[in-house]
Write a protein that binds this ligand. Sequence first.
Ligand SMILES: [Cu+2]
Length: 464
Amino acid sequence: MTVHTRRRLLKGAATAGAAGIGLSAMGRLAGWAAQKPEPVVLKTASIEARLTEAGATRNVLTWGEAGMPPVIRMRKGEPFAARLINGIDDPTTIHWHGIRVPNKMDGVPFLVQPYVYQGDHFDYGFTPPDAGTFWYHPHCNTLTQMGHGLTGVVLVENPKDPQFDFEVVINLRDWRLGDDGQFIEQFRPRDAARTGTYGTVRTANWLDQPQYDAPAGGLVRLRAAITDVTRIYAFRVDGAEAAVIALDGNPVPQRFAPDALQLGPGQRLDLAIRMPDEEGAIVSLRDVRGTKPKVLATLRAVGKSLKRDPRDLAPLEANPVAEVDIARAQHIPLALSATAENVPGDGICGSLGYSFWAINKVPWPGDTPDPTAPLAELKLGRSYVIDMENLTPHAHPIHLHGMSFKVLSSSTRQVQPQVTDTYLIQSNEKVQLGFVADNPGDWLLHCHIIEHQKTGMTSYFRVV
Ligand SMILES: [Cu+2]
């Protein structure tokens, strides 16, 4: 592959030289070469990994062979390519969570692409329009595949991003392991009908409380992705001044301190942290939700203070997301509820054999005439407002594929007009989410607590 690319580049350069093409045309040739980026190879593998003191855990799943899935770096507005090779005995795909890709690249089996079976491959290629923190994961047999490790972070860089002195990327997730360090059952129907089944071992970058050295007095960009299948976090930073600068890949309209900020599975947090001046000082990122608060990761100040001022940080550039026309928008009512129906349904992408949850009273796919009919058919280019209501006693991180939406209002609290792909709706909350249906295709809308997704809380929009 490398040789092929080099030859093509050399040929391009030779042609340019022979024809005496000027610099601007050379630039176009370079652009042409950039249209065919070398694919990142992502091969699924079953490995042994050390996640607990009990010793190596067997049948941990990853892409590559070297532990945690790689952090993938892309650049805003530049083509990206990846070849998924399936090395495990279970069909798989890759979904690029939060990245507004063409429908065929969205990774949802049956809806937009075929399964990738063992030994087969699938080529993904797209140009990310937005900068920010995103992530990738399979979209079939997800409870097992994600539960066993297949969740990785994507960073889409923007050359116009403000300059930080250091960057830390943190993949937050749990594992359901027994005392012997081996996997135990991922799915408990009793829990799936409530908050979901929690992991027993909590990690950051597959480690227990990792510590990273960062320049004293420096400005750190901490990018965290919640890739767990169940857990909702409440973030706090101790030991330093910290501000939320982006959520779910998009800049926040106004920066704020992460004071028990709740985010659910699928969501991402970008923090600007001003490290303490004293060498050796410790800054901790903590989860303060629930009865067992936990230090997730720490930063240690090293070296002589850089004496940076957080006020020097320029704002992040807004992503080019179309502005919803609220006055003309059509409203889509969307009620999240529990369901009494306890009949196995064959989901869009596999079923756990139970229905506990429903969208607009339909456990998905329930007893509709066409079990795979979309929740709504949207007109390309038109504005919509989802009027979403949570009638259940639990919180749900609701994720829309393919398009970003803006949080317009909530019945329970003041909200910023945040652009996002996932909204954590609390019990008894009503929220308005506005967006322009500007990406044609079939786009899933589902809860990202995977047991909820797989037991009824999944549907999709069709944009035509
Ligand atoms: Cu849910």
